[in-house]
Design a protein around this ligand. Structure first.
Ligand code: TTP
Ligand code: MG
Length: 388
């Protein structure tokens, strides 16, 4: 299948928005994230990355590595608005867009090749349009499939533009570490290294039977295909790629169930409010739980009728929490509630007492306008399998 796929990912997205909006932050190390003692870095500007600061790092470590950095809280509402603007621009460049996260997505350009001077020129125009309209830089990769397009957008970050042609794919892949293949996490990387496979080129030349014996037939076949630059997944323009969620790392581990359930209620309220504000409801509610030991679990519940009211979301989160086998005294470090499998209001039937509740909630929501910091998490994080 010959496709032309473009992957775009904004550079240092949250930090770049802050630098755009505050001239005095430009050219400086900017770190955005949770600023409490147990906060986590969401992202860092490229100036801050030189100090070894990166996403998902404990904020304490970031402060130590970059004491003169500019530390800012996460302003999701603003980043969402910018994201919406970016996706509206993308929509002018392809009718088939698959959003992957707040700042990243695939565009299917298959069949449009004759409308463009060249894929590279098309990518340049896209980057320029985004910069002119939003003041933000993006990195773009264009390739015959999703795997290569995503890889390409990362090769010359920031402000990158890389086109991979089918005939060059294997040559570009060969020297890269196997960890560049999506789905190859630390564990698989270590197993592959133990078998002598460190680069994608080594994997491409692997003996299939040997690899199957170690990793299973399916995984081996997938890895070998990807190592050769083959990937048949289509661009799927679904909103289900996203979910609305909110999580909190507590200043002190929670030790009492009631305390945890109170936290779940306030998280559920924020998720509900955000859902209703976006005109959405959700069929799946996911609870995320990180214990003092750092072990992290997710548990989900799916309902036939979509939910958007706080009490329903809370009831689901509470049930999932109560079903989770916590040993007494086991502290809870983080709780998260997220809603996925989203439906728009238009898709939801308006039976029974919805109308009354809708009136009640619209009154509550109008009072709530100033609260609610809600995270649009990646579906991949929400769907992450429990570690045990
Ligand atoms: P990324 O695209 O992964 O990172 P980035 O845009 O900041 O930097 P770059 O793409 O140039 O490497 O994520 C997009 C945004 O998502 C990021 O700006 C902040 C947020 N985010 C988190 O909140 N936590 C995380 O762990 C990651 C990776 C991202
Ligand atoms: Mg990015």
């Amino acid at each position: 299948m010959n496709r032309t796929i473009l992957h775009i990912d904004m550079d240092a997205f949250f930090a770049a928005v802050e630098q755009r909006d505050h001239e005095e932050y430009r050219g400086k190390p900017v770190i955005v994230g949770g600023l409490g003692t147990r906060g986590v870095v969401s992202t860092a500007s490229y100036e801050a990355r030189k100090f070894g600061v990166h996403s998902a790092m404990a904020m304490e470590i970031a402060r130590r590595r970059c004491p003169d950095g500019i530390f800012l809280p996460v302003d999701h509402a603003r980043y969402r608005a910018v994201s919406r603007h970016i996706f509206s621009i993308l929509a002018r460049f392809s009718p088939t867009i698959e959003p992957l996260s707040i700042d990243e997505g695939f565009l299917d350009l298959t069949g449009m090749e004759r409308l463009m001077e060249s894929p590279r020129a098309y990518g340049e125009t896209l980057k320029r349009t985004i910069y002119e309209e939003t003041g933000l830089r993006a990195s773009v990769g264009i390739a015959p499939n999703k795997f290569l397009a995503k890889l390409a957008s990362d090769l010359e970050k920031p402000d990158g533009l890389v086109v991979i042609r089918p005939e060059n794919a294997e040559k570009i892949l060969a020297p890269l570490p196997v960890s560049r293949i999506f789905g190859v996490g630390k564990k698989t990387e270590a197993r592959l290294a133990a078998m002598g496979f460190r680069t994608i080129g080594q994997l491409a030349a692997a003996d299939r039977r040997k690899l199957s014996a170690a990793l299973g037939e399916r995984m081996a076949a997938q890895l070998i295909a990807l190592a050769h630059g083959r990937d048949d997944r289509p661009v799927e323009p679904v909103r289900a790629a996203q979910s609305i969620g909110r999580e909190e790392t507590f200043e002190k581990d929670l030790r009492a169930r009631e305390e945890a359930e109170r936290a779940l209620l306030s998280l559920s309220e924020e998720v509900g409010w955000r859902l209703r504000r976006e005109g959405l409801s959700a069929r799946t509610i996911t609870l995320k739980l990180r214990l003092a030991s750092f072990d992290t679990f997710t548990r989900s519940k799916t309902f036939p009728d979509p939910l958007s009211y706080d009490e329903d979301i809370f009831a689901a989160a509470q049930t999932l929490f109560r079903e989770f086998p916590l040993t007494p005294g086991q502290g809870v470090r983080l709780l998260g509630v997220s809603a996925s499998n989203l439906a728009t209001d238009a898709e939801v039937s308006l039976f029974d007492d919805h109308e009354k509740k809708d009136r009640l909630y619209s009154a509550i929501d109008s009072l709530k306008g100033r609260f609610g910091e809600t995270i649009l998490t990646r579906a991949a994080l929400v769907e992450q399998k429990p570690k045990i």
